[in-house]
Design a protein around this ligand. Structure first.
Ligand SMILES: [Zn+2]
Length: 314
């Protein structure tokens, strides 16, 4: 069978990529309420994505953005290193990095939280479009799923990754008692364009009671209608309304895009999730990497060359 070269080339950048130059954004930490600055810098070939806590100078302050370094998944995906240095609320920026095809970068933050921006990944995508990417002289590798791998928690919530011809697809469903959310489903194939059109703008959401509870614990101090959809009973409190009627399930898909990039490379597979979250996404990757027969790490340059050869002999 002849592979579709244009699809491989456009969906997957066959070369590693990094930022053309440095760029930064300023926002607030959703829990601390403190001003937070994030800056993105070019990094050499095979660096991967590395968070650096620039406010920490007395111990190791860098944390690779891979699944083994995820130390907390209760309210967000939080990365941490052996020295106990952490960076939380990383999933939205990870989603933007994944969709835009950034392979290597240093991501500096001046505190323990990534700024929440507007609760979506839109500002990060805009920033990456502004600075631009450059191709690096090294092939990009991808994680090709060879057989179905799933993770089920003690409540029966299951997530899975199955083999796919090419690309990464998402099939996501949620169910909430609040009528404004209810049952929502979405299917999505990851590319930069589709991410920008369908997913990037979808904001995080929470229930009003959750915020009140979190505030009583000294958390969510930076949370507001500026950076989250707040559900109260069967309606939402944001005066501007929803950006899209499927914004809730699309945000959950955004989270999954970000979490799956903890693989450290693009995935070729089909993801399925229902009522799942950061914990399940991280456990799923741990399951995948537990058994080398679950996957193959392929060189995307070679897969394009192979496809070209097939076309030549066809
Ligand atoms: Zn989120």
């Amino acid at each position: 069978m002849i592979a579709d070269i244009s699809r491989i080339s456009s969906e997957y950048k066959v070369c590693q990529k990094t930022f053309r130059s440095s760029i930064f954004a300023v926002g607030v930490g959703v829990h601390s309420g403190a001003k937070a600055k994030i800056s993105f810098h070019p990094a050499p070939i095979d660096t991967g994505l590395v968070f650096r806590r620039i406010d920490v100078t007395d111990k190791e302050n860098s944390i690779p953005a891979t699944y083994e370094y995820v130390v907390d998944t209760k309210m967000c995906s939080c990365f941490g290193n052996k020295a106990g240095v952490t960076v939380s609320t990383a999933e939205h920026v990870m989603a933007a990095l994944s969709a835009c095809g950034v392979t290597n970068a240093y991501i500096d933050v001046d505190g323990p939280e990534i700024p929440i921006m507007d609760g979506s990944a839109r500002d990060f995508v805009f920033l990456f479009d502004c600075v631009g990417l450059i191709e690096q002289d090294a092939p990009l590798k991808a994680l090709k799923i060879k057989k179905e791998v799933s993770f089920t928690d003690d409540k029966g919530i299951t997530v899975s990754l199955s083999p796919a011809q090419d690309g990464l697809t998402f099939d996501f469903a949620i169910d909430f008692p609040a009528r404004i959310i209810g049952h929502q489903e979405t299917k999505f194939t990851l590319s930069k364009d589709s991410f920008k059109k369908e997913i990037a703008y979808a904001r995080t959401f929470c229930q009003l009671q959750e915020i009140e509870y979190l505030r009583s614990l000294g958390l969510a101090r930076g949370g507001s209608l500026e950076n989250a959809i707040v559900v109260n009973g069967d309606s939402i409190m944001n005066p501007e309304g929803l950006r899209d009627e499927l914004e809730f399930v699309r945000h959950k898909t955004l989270d999954a895009v970000g979490d799956l990039y903890q693989a450290g490379m693009p995935i070729i597979g089909a993801f399925k999730g229902e009522k799942s979250g950061h914990y399940h996404n991280n456990m799923l990757l741990r399951e995948v990497f537990k058994d080398a027969s679950n996957y193959e790490i392929i060189d995307l340059n070679e897969s394009v060359e192979e496809a070209e050869k097939n076309v030549a002999v066809a």
